[in-house]
Design a protein around this ligand. Structure first.
Ligand SMILES: *Cc1c(COP(=O)(O)O)cnc(C)c1O
Length: 401
């Protein structure tokens, strides 16, 4: 997005503010579909947890996507956003059987990642088809918080448990309509990913009634100039060829499914905050902004390195700044970053703020969560109001003493 538009957004809607560029979401969607154009049936299910604003969900629906959900609430959001239940897949981990039962009544696809749950669910509803989440134990993710395919992971049914899985399927007579894996975020090595898919194909062969194979997600996007990313085009060529060969051997055209979150929305997002003060210490120049990990936790939680621009004064002499927040704990957005000279009142843009940013925001320090704006067809449209004091206390029960 142009800096002028972002400045206009900050002027109109205040700061801190999230601004999402719809055209970038569309671009990424097209990029992924064209990388897999040689696959007959492709289904992209957007992972709602990355950015769950209902207007974003509705926009992504217009592109033709389905959604991947991890809670009953995300399913409800998706239905409210207009997704038909058969384009929703529910991939819970560690939720109660009660919740899974509730979701299965809504007609969405169910993805089960626990043998114990499968057995109980299968005994109750042998007529409801399920997808099985396999853990191929391949380390593909970027760090231990987001890598979910390793041997100690709580996710998926281990490939070493396939005999028991088959026995449960036989005993309960449950129909398995899909095989799934999600190895974790930030895949860089295509070969490692392909190795995991081979394991999945091996499992898939054992089931006769499959409709789809879901390869999860974990596509990495570049966070700063020169950062690396998953080579989607290369993956498209290699996996499409392999998938088509599998379908040929299987005797039927299955649907190839992905569930990208970050890949679709990360780069669309800009997080605008304004500089409250400049503080020089013995070692550092701090730019202190009107935000913190209450609004944007990725750098503190995952160590992610986001590009930061001073959009109020983009072309001045650069200096090295630590950009920090106003929370009463260490909340460093960036350390020792070269940014065009910053003054009080300047607007900084923290880039790549579409995925796992607003959706992880909280009211810590009793601050309001930011507003959100969608930039669509050259218009800045408010899609979430800034919170107010009433929002902070509306569910609190105030006792009189
Ligand atoms: C979080 C998640 C995704 C999305 O991962 P990204 O790295 O954002 O693309 C997909 N599938 C499942 C099951 C997930 O939990």
């Amino acid at each position: 997005m142009k800096k002028e538009k972002l400045i206009e957004a900050a002027k109109n809607f205040g700061s801190p503010l999230y601004v999402y560029d719809a055209s970038k979401i569309k671009f990424q969607y097209k990029r992924l579909t064209s990388a897999f154009k040689n696959v007959k049936n492709l289904q992209l299910n957007y992972a709602v947890k990355a950015l769950s604003n209902i207007s974003i969900l509705k926009y992504i629906n217009t592109l033709g996507a389905g959604i991947d959900t991890v809670s009953v609430q995300e399913v409800l959001l998706g239905i409210k956003a207009g997704y038909s239940p058969d384009k929703i897949i529910y991939t819970p981990n560690g939720v109660s059987l009660h919740e899974i039962k509730k979701v299965s009544k809504m007609g969405v696809k169910i993805n089960i990642d626990n043998l114990n749950t499968l057995e109980q669910f299968g005994n109750l509803y042998p007529e409801v088809p399920v997808c099985i989440r396999i853990n191929p134990h391949v380390m593909a993710g970027g760090n231990s918080k987001i890598s979910v395919g390793h041997i100690d992971s709580k996710f998926g049914i281990s490939i070493h448990q396939i005999p028991l899985l088959l026995r449960i399927v036989e005993n309960t007579n449950i129909k398995v309509n899909g095989i799934h894996m999600h190895t974790g975020s930030d895949i860089l090595d295509i070969e490692v990913f392909i190795r995991a898919t081979e394991i999945l194909f091996d499992v898939a062969k054992k089931f006769k009634f499959l409709e789809f194979i879901d390869f999860g997600s974990g596509f990495k996007v570049p966070y700063y100039n020169g950062d690396n990313e998953t080579n989607i085009e290369e993956l498209g060529v290699k996996l499409s060829e392999r998938f088509n060969r599998f379908c040929n051997d299987y005797g039927r055209d299955l649907t190839l499914v992905f569930e990208p979150g970050k890949f679709l929305v990360s780069e669309s997002g800009n997080f605008l905050c304004s500089v409250n003060s400049i503080k020089q210490t013995t070692s550092t120049i701090f730019a202190q902004v009107d935000s913190g990990f209450n609004h944007f936790i990725r750098p503190m939680m995952y160590g992610s390195n986001h590009q930061i621009e001073n959009i109020s004064n983009p072309n001045d002499t650069s200096r090295f700044y630590s950009v920090v927040g106003y929370i009463c704990e260490t909340d460093t957005f960036a350390t020792n970053k070269k940014i065009s000279k910053i003054s009080e009142g300047d607007i900084l843009n923290i880039k790549n703020a579409g995925a796992y940013c607003f959706s992880m925001a909280s009211n810590y320090n009793s601050r309001y969560r930011p507003a959100e704006v969608l930039y669509l067809n050259n218009k800045l449209i408010l899609i979430r109001k800034r919170e107010s004091f009433d929002d902070l206390i509306k569910n609190q029960v105030e006792l009189d003493f």
